[in-house]
Design a protein around this ligand. Structure first.
Ligand SMILES: Cc1cc2nc3c(=O)[nH]c(=O)nc-3n(C[C@H](O)[C@H](O)[C@H](O)COP(=O)(O)OP(=O)(O)OC[C@H]3O[C@@H](n4cnc5c(N)ncnc54)[C@H](O)[C@@H]3O)c2cc1C
Length: 528
């Protein structure tokens, strides 16, 4: 009695904020494929893949039975099922092969929907997507690798690129002594004179090590540079990339993250020597977008689980979802989730148009992405904890799936520039390129509303005197005013008003569920 049925058999893409943003940001043509993926994402079968991939973690095999190094990682079949769907639906690189406006938006929406099934496999999918942006700094290499990167066939296994129907890419920047500060990297790259380099050194975090190719930072004679390093060389020999061990991580357990050593590994220069950060940052900016998408997806997943549970569970004589205080909590979680979704879709739209050459969108994206990465990823962990609590003790039990969501939730805040680094990057952009600030304010003020003009005044004041120590406050204020502006323009008044009152006006508590009086909770919850 009073136990909640599992949430499955639903369309994960049936999300009004997502659907409206898909049209607004120019990808209405993708609605059919999005709904198809959403329906698959809601099946018990896909949910089971997610569980199995996390409960049967990848295993490192350093040597074969004869003692030869093989440096391979074995994954459960469920991982391969998840990867197959992601690749077949073009979540890894499809936009780069399509001249169609909205291609990056469609891909973002699909990544958001499919991430709700399982987050760990999003790592190699995201890195493959992002790698193309950096690889284009070396047109010959891009011409060689892009067709295989963009292929819709998932073809796992270490073989030369020419023998594969599709390949995946990863990224290796972080070393023991330098993560955020990659200039401290010590891995060396020595030119051989034939266009190739040999790399010696290590990487401390190298996720998805079974990818076919990696973009790597190493110190060349001309300074820190970006390299393309395949796991298998064109002649079929294994490149000298040694997987030393896999990380024992808090979450993200379906995905492997390795410590690796290079022992005369062969690599090709991408871009110019000494400009490695500028080159690889193109990739990092794309993966930062996916951090925002991933965190927004986690919020939506937590919200739908919380709403489902409370609509079926009774306490003190009525459904939890009808208890006034629970309604306040759910509505507050819904506001946070919708604000994250509209922001991530706006960032995807900016990416789409910036890639197509629209300079103003590039300027806006430069700062909105840094602020969004900081804020949405920061909010994810608290959101997951509160969603879990809506299920009471059942939420604390692994079978509910909420512990997995909770363990995953801090990760997007750490990688691709941890909180402080993202906030400092925002201040750097605003200071060095003041035109980015104007692009941001122009966008925000498209909502002609006194609540926005007041907040913009506050942000401008913070910005005028911003020191490094103020970077988080500035990032938070900017993200909130942007989210408020988007909600005023595109969400129902019930959502926008409650968001502005609680997030801009101080009309809320510090925990979720303390929305002030006069909010239309029924209207907010009717959207879930
Ligand atoms: C699961 C997982 C997978 C990963 N996969 C990869 C991968 O595939 N490839 C890869 O290259 N890396 C990967 N990383 C590494 C990740 O990108 C780094 O951990 C991250 O960039 C932070 O670097 P760090 O760990 O060296 O921390 P540090 O750089 O030591 O930072 C520690 C803390 O100090 C803060 N900080 C740093 N500088 C400043 C400053 N100037 N002012 C104020 N605060 C500062 C940071 O925000 C952070 O909170 C992965 C990490 C994780 C957890």
């Amino acid at each position: 009695m009073n136990q909640v049925p599992p949430l499955s058999g639903h369309d994960v893409a049936a999300d009004p904020a997502l659907a409206a943003a898909l049209v607004r940001e120019g990808a209405d043509w993708a609605e059919g494929e999005l709904r198809q993926l959403g329906t698959l994402a809601g099946t018990a079968k896909a949910q089971e893949w997610g569980r199995l991939a996390n409960e049967n973690e990848p295993v490192l095999k350093t040597h074969d039975r004869y003692g030869h190094r093989i440096d391979e990682v074995e994954f459960h079949p469920a991982w391969h099922e998840l990867m197959t769907v992601a690749v077949e639906h073009g979540l890894h690189a499809a936009p780069w092969t399509m001249a169609r406006p909205g291609a990056h938006v469609a891909r973002a929406a699909k990544f958001y929907v499919w991430s709700q099934v399982e987050a760990g496999h999003g790592c190699p999918i995201s890195m493959t997507y992002a790698s193309v942006a950096a690889l284009r700094h070396a047109p010959a290499l891009a011409a060689e690798w892009e067709p295989a990167l963009a292929s819709r066939t998932y073809d796992p296994g270490l073989r030369p690129m020419a023998d594969k129907r599709g390949v995946l890419a990863g990224m290796a920047m972080t070393e023991k002594q330098g993560g955020s500060d990659v200039r401290a990297n010590t891995t060396t790259a020595e030119p051989l004179g034939d266009g190739t380099y040999v790399l010696n050194g290590h990487k401390w975090f190298n996720s998805a090590p079974m990818c076919d190719v990696f973009l790597v930072l190493a110190q060349a004679p001309g300074g820190l540079s970006c390299f393309l390093l395949p796991r298998v060389l064109p002649d079929g020999a294994r490149n000298a990339v040694r997987l030393m061990r896999l990380k024992d991580k808090l979450g993200n357990r379906s995905n492997a993250s390795a410590e690796v050593e290079y022992d005369d590994a062969v690599a090709w220069l991408v871009g110019e020597e000494g400009r490695g950060i500028r080159t690889i940052i193109e990739m990092v900016n794309m993966t930062r977008l996916d951090c925002v998408i991933g965190s927004a997806a986690g919020m939506r997943l937590g919200l739908t689980q919380a709403v489902h549970h409370t609509r079926h569970r009774r306490a003190f004589g009525r459904l939890l979802a009808d208890q006034p205080l629970m309604r306040n909590v759910l509505a507050d979680l819904a506001l946070e989730s919708e604000a994250a979704t509209v922001l991530m879709m706006r960032l995807a739209g900016a990416t789409d148009r910036a890639v197509a050459g629209q300079a103003q969108e590039g300027l806006f994206r430069r700062v909105a992405l840094a602020a969004g990465k900081y804020w949405v990823c920061k909010r994810a962990a608290g959101h997951a904890a509160e969603a879990l609590e809506c299920l009471g003790g059942n939420g604390y039990v692994e079978e509910s799936g909420l512990p997995r969501l909770f363990r995953e939730s801090p990760l997007n805040g750490i990688w691709e520039g941890s909180g402080n680094v993202a906030a400092l990057d925002l201040v750097r952009a605003l200071t060095r390129e003041p035109e980015t600030a104007e692009a941001f304010f122009t966008e925000v003020e498209l909502a002609t509303d006194p609540r926005i003009s007041e907040s913009v005044g506050r942000v401008r004041k913070t910005l005028a005197h911003a020191t490094e120590a103020d970077a988080r406050r500035l990032a938070e204020e900017m993200a909130l005013v942007l989210q408020a502006s988007l909600l005023i323009r595109f969400a129902p008044a019930s959502v926008a008003d409650a968001f502005c009152a609680s997030r801009l006006g101080g009309g809320s508590g510090r925990a979720y569920g303390a929305l002030g009086p006069g909010r239309d909770l029924d209207a907010i919850l009717a959207r879930i």
